[in-house]
Structures are given as structure tokens and as C-alpha cells.
Design a protein around this ligand. Structure first.
Ligand code: F6R
Length: 612
């Protein structure tokens, strides 16, 4: 939620910050702004709307050595120019960009107003800049360090002062902040993407650290003293964060899935030539002793949104393969429910960004209660990755489209690998079975490629349903979380109201909704529950509902009962969930495009929910 960028070098700061803000627009896009050092002090340009609108307001020849910028997702105060960042003190001497929420802002604001300060916005962030201005005596680092203990809540801050040109002071607590270490130029950003065109050397700041950034040097401080940073070399290139000819990031990321899944699986699974030997599974830096898996009484998987749906799929895998009771939980509910935990409970946090506020808080709570926490994370160096006992990185590259696609299928593959590993340790899985599952998983990229080759056909089906106002998604077994994910994808990018249900629930309520205006997408792959799902399809048809079935490639009968069929080549549990996700993503994408929606930046949404 909200993205911040800062650049200090010799020239080029405005272009770098504007480009950086474009790369961070997935974090929020209701308003944007920039502050930069000009000959006379600080200039601030802000606008309601997108970064492109901001760019139009910046005179073409403007340049500076230092700039900070912000793209906003409103929390305190409506989207409006006055609430856009950067915020400045009344004299315009100090400017600040902020990502996060200041919980004690009302009290800070009242105290400042009592002292005679005037607020120009309704934001919590303005209180922070006014406090820094109040404490400023020519040393920006000292002023920032004095104010930080006064703040409750979360922040990633970038601060500049008119009489300290060539300096950015940055600080973080709870909101992500990366510092790029370049040649003759250094940067800050909410994630690594804006930094990559300049350098691959990145420091992910720790909570309560301050960074003092000039063109030639970056110093990190904690508790008022200099500290040594951990420098990470980012492996993927700046190009990976571009659209590369696709109309939207969402489509690009859907089409990246074969390669992403293949890399994920091949990087983790080695199959010895001797078929009597078990597969070797590389768990990517995880340091959980194997005996620990053996002693687990229960697994709790915590996540939000799409990642939660991946956990629902993961539950089935873990229970089937490792025979450990597993419970997916919304992190937000878990953290406030006073859950019953003990050290035999293993907690698995699943998150693309590694920054989701509720998931992070749930990780902290679980560790406080003595549980080991493993995280399955995409973003390297993110808060949840750093705060877990072990990390399984998905390495699926930057996911820029707000609707999660490749991270979802990667999470399922990651959970499956984890389940196989646990099954091997606990000996609930024979060598043969482990091997068979791994051999199957190794082909997943290829299978997904086959499904993507039918994208035009799915687009044709999408045109039949683009004017729907409501949609049901139904499935049983692992088809149920897939139905929930399909409904979530459709509603978030096309704004069609959609509900995902366990098809077994239909008779317990949702069937009342069925009529000719309520299409249903039914996941109807062959398997144990196939006949039951066919029964559900008949029930929908009997009430004049239109049905799209996602069916097995060799189902020669189903077309007789439904209006449209999308065939997928999938014949095992893991393949089913990954393969079924792909046509659901495509359907949501094509329907949204047909309705003229802004697919990569759906209204009211932001990619990382770093506030509660
Ligand atoms: C939906 C979507 C969200 C996220 C959720 C958790 O397409 O992307 O529902 O899945 O906000 O985000 P992460 O995985 O970053 O914790």
C-alpha cells in the first residue's frame, strides 16, 4: 500500500523517481507526487490520479540531483491533491514521503495543533513531517532519529531538507524499504524493482534502522550508532519487471507460468538415475531439522486472499501425503483469536509479497508462542522471509499485476514439495510414491503450456459471459479452493460479483440464486467426486442457469450437459489444481478486458496490503 522512491546522484533524480513510481504503481495509484531540490529550495509537484498525470505536470527540462516520490493508496484522507505526498512543513523546508500508518496520529496532530501548527491535509503522514521540522536544527539525521520514538505504527520514510541538498534520510518500521547501492547514485524504494535499472546491490532495511544516503555513500544506523548492512545481490533483471510486449502484466504473468513452475520444480527436485533411491528435495535455505517434521502435531497455514486459497489446496496435499492435520487460516483472524498453540504446532506462512501486515503479525504471534514458522514467499528479503525460522522462496520473479496469478500456482507447487518432503521424513510416503509424485510434478510446466495454447478459445468463451452481473464458481475437493480463487480473480479484475463455493454447499443456500442470469463455472474434472459434480451441473441446468465446465481432456460426455467446456490435460491432484487455475485466470482476464477494465490496476486494490 503506497510506494515510495528516492534518488540521490548527480542529475537524473526526477526521471529516476518518476520511472520508479511507475514500477511501484501496483502498490497504490490514487494520487502521486514528487519533491526535488531546486536552486531555491524544495519544489513539490503533486496530483490526484496516476503517475502519468504527475509526469505531465513536471516541466520537461526539470532535473535535480535529489528527489523523493510517492504513489498513494488512501488510508487517512480521500484521494486528493492536498492528501498526496510528499508532505512538507509550512515553510517548505522539509519534505517527506511515507508508506504505512501512524496509529497515534490523532494525538500527535492535536499536540502539534495546540502548539500552533497548521495541517494542510487529512493524512497521518503530515504529522511526521511537522514533528521533524519542529526538531530540525540543521541536522536532518538527528531530527529524524529524535522523532522516530514518538511514532506508533508502521512506516517507511524518505525525508529531504532544503538546506541539506544531496541527502535523503530514510527510516523503516514495519513497512518495507530497500536501499540500492549504485555507482555515484543511491536509491530507496518500497521494493527492489525501481532500483534494478540502477544497481542489483540492495539492502533490505531492518525495523528501526535509519539510512543516511548521499550520492557517494550510504550509512545505516540503529540505536543512534552506525551498523553494517546485509547486502543482497538481486538475481532477476530490470527487464523481468517490464511487460515485454504483452498488453498487461497480468497476461504476461499468466503466460510466464510454464517457465516459472519448471524453474521452481527443477531447482528443488533432483531424481537420481537409480529408481530405488528417493528424490532429493532442496528446501532453499530452510534450516528446520528433519526431526522437527517428525514431531509435528498439527500444521497451521496462515495467509490472506489468493495465498489463502493456495493454503486450502495445500491442506489436502499435506494431509494426504504427510498425514499431518493441517488447517488453513486467515492470518487476520488467527492473530486476534488467541489461537491455541504449542511448540509442536508448525506454522506455514504463505505470501507473495512477504509484507502482508496480517500475515506478518500472525508470524510474530506464532513465534512468540514457541511455534516454528516456515514461510513460502516470493519476494526475497521481505519482512516475513526474514522473520521466519525457514524460508522456501518461490523465485517466480516480480509479480506486478495486482491480481496474483503465477505466485498462486507456484505456492501450490511449493506446498506440494514441502508435503512430499514431510511425507518422506515421516515415512508416510514410500520411495516409489515420492518418486512418482516428483516425476509428475516435473512435467507441470509442460502441461500448463498446453493449457495456455487454448487461450484464444477461452477468450471466445469469455465473450459469451462478459455482460454477466453475477457469477457462481463451484467445485468439490481441491476444486473448491479453485472455485474460490476463480471467483476472486473475476471480481477483482472485472468487477462482476462472483462467489466461489464448495459445490456440496449448493443445496444449502446458493441454489436459490440460480436462474438464466446466473452463470456457473463448474470444475468438473474426472476423479472421486466427478459424479457428484455432474449432479450439481444438472441442478443448475434444471433452473435455466448457464454452465461453463472445466473438464478433463478425455471427457467425451460433458459437452452434452453444459453450455461451454474448457478442457484441461490433468490427471493427478496436484496437476488438477495448478492446471485448473490457468483457464480461470484467462477467463477473468479476457472478461475484464472486454469490459474495458484496467486489469493491472483494479479500482480500490493495491498489491501488497501492508496495513490492516
Ligand atoms: C488477489 C491477491 C490478494 C493477495 C493477498 C495476499 O489476486 O493478490 O488476495 O493474495 O493480498 O498477498 P500476499 O500473498 O502478498 O501476502
Amino acid at each position: 500500500m503506497c510506494g515510495i522512491v528516492g534518488f540521490v546522484g548527480s542529475g537524473g533524480a526526477i526521471a529516476a523517481v518518476v520511472e520508479g513510481l511507475k514500477a511501484l504503481e501496483y502498490r497504490g495509484y490514487d494520487s502521486a507526487g514528487i519533491a526535488f531540490a531546486s536552486g531555491e529550495g524544495l519544489d513539490i509537484i503533486k496530483t490526484k490520479g496516476r503517475v502519468a498525470d504527475l509526469e505531465e505536470k513536471i516541466p520537461a527540462s526539470t532535473d535535480s540531483d535529489v528527489a523523493i516520490g510517492h504513489t498513494r493508496w488512501a488510508t487517512h484522507g480521500v484521494p486528493a491533491e492536498r492528501n498526496a505526498h510528499p508532505h512538507a512543513d509550512a515553510a517548505g523546508k522539509i519534505a517527506l514521503v511515507h508508506n504505512g500508518i501512524i496509529d497515534n496520529y490523532a494525538k500527535l496532530r492535536k499536540d502539534l495543533e495546540d502548539e500552533g501548527a497548521h495541517f494542510a491535509s487529512e493524512t497521518d503522514s503530515e504529522a511526521v513531517v511537522l514533528l521533524i521540522a519542529r526538531e530540525y536544527r540543521g541536522d536532518l539525521v538527528a531530527a529524524v532519529e529524535k522523532v522516530l520514538p514518538m511514532l506508533d505504527g508502521t512506516f517507511a520514510l524518505g525525508v529531504v531538507a532544503a538546506d541539506n541538498p544531496g541527502l535523503i534520510v530514510a527510516a523503516r518500521r514495519g513497512s518495507p524499504l530497500a536501499v540500492g547501492l549504485g555507482e555515484n547514485a543511491n536509491l530507496i524504494a518500497s521494493d527492489a524493482v525501481p532500483i534494478l535499472p540502477h544497481t542489483r546491490k540492495v539492502v533490505f532495511m531492518e525495523d528501526d534502522q535509519v539510512a543516511v544516503i548521499t550520492a557517494d555513500e550510504v550509512r545505516f544506523r540503529a540505536d543512534g550508532k552506525d551498523v553494517n548492512p546485509v547486502v543482497t545481490e538481486i538475481k532477476w533483471s530490470a527487464e523481468a519487471a517490464q511487460k515485454q510486449g504483452y498488453d498487461h502484466f497480468m497476461l504476461k504473468e499468466i503466460f510466464e507460468q510454464p517457465r516459472v513452475l519448471e524453474n521452481l520444480v527443477r531447482g528443488r527436485i533432483a531424481l537420481p538415475d537409480d529408481i530405488s533411491l528417493p528424490p532429493e528435495l532442496n528446501m532453499d535455505g530452510m534450516e528446520i531439522p528433519e526431526q522437527y517434521f517428525a514431531g509435528v502435531s498439527r500444521i497451521i497455514m496462515i495467509a490472506q486472499g489468493t495465498a489463502y486459497h493456495a493454503c486450502m489446496v495445500g491442506r489436502n496435499m499435506i494431509e494426504r501425503v504427510a498425514r499431518i492435520p493441517a488447517y488453513p487460516e486467515y492470518a487476520a483472524d488467527f492473530r486476534y483469536r488467541d489461537p491455541i498453540l504449542d511448540p509442536t504446532v508448525l506454522v506455514i506462512a504463505v505470501t507473495q509479497s512477504g509484507e502482508t501486515a496480517d500475515t506478518l503479525a500472525a508470524v510474530r504471534l506464532a513465534r512468540e508462542r514457541g511455534c516454528k514458522v516456515i514461510s513460502i514467499v516470493n519476494v526475497v528479503g521481505s519482512s516475513i522471509a526474514r522473520e521466519s525460522d525457514g524460508v522456501f522462496y518461490l523465485h517466480c520473479g516480480p509479480e506486478i499485476g495486482v491480481a496474483s496469478t503465477k505466485a498462486f500456482t507456484s505456492m501450490i507447487a511449493g506446498l506440494y514439495i514441502l508435503a512430499i518432503r514431510m511425507g518422506m521424513v515421516r515415512e508416510t510416503l514410500s520411495v516409489n510414491d515420492a518418486r512418482r509424485r516428483c516425476e509428475n510434478l516435473v512435467t507441470v510446466g509442460h502441461r500448463v503450456e498446453g493449457i495456455l495454447s487454448t487461450a484464444n478459445y477461452v477468450r471466445g468463451i469469455a465473450m459469451n459471459y462478459k455482460d454477466a452481473s453475477n457469477f457462481l464458481f463451484l467445485g468439490r475437493g481441491t476444486g473448491w479452493p479453485l472455485a474460490m480463487e476463480g471467483a476472486l480473480k473475476l471480481k477483482e479484475v472485472s468487477y462482476i460479483h462472483a462467489e466461489g463455493y464448495d459445490a456440496a454447499e449448493m443445496k444449502h443456500g446458493p441454489i436459490a440464486l440460480i436462474d438464466e442470469n446466473m452463470p456457473a463455472l463448474v470444475i468438473a474434472l474426472k476423479g472421486r467426486r466427478y459424479e457428484k459434480v455432474l449432479g450439481n451441473i444438472q441442478e443448475v441446468k434444471a433452473r435455466q442457469g448457464k454452465v461453463i465446465a472445466v473438464a478433463s481432456h478425455d471427457d467425451n460426455e460433458i459437452h452434452k450437459f453444459v453450455d461451454d467446456v474448457i478442457y484441461v490435460r490433468a490427471d493427478s491432484g496436484i496437476m488438477n489444481s495448478i492446471c485448473c487455475a490457468v483457464p480461470l485466470q484467462l477467463l477473468a482476464y479476457y472478461i475484464a478486458c472486454a469490459r474495458g477494465c484496467d486489469v493491472d490496476k483494479p479500482k480500490n486494490l493495491a498489491k501488497s496490503v501492508t496495513v490492516e
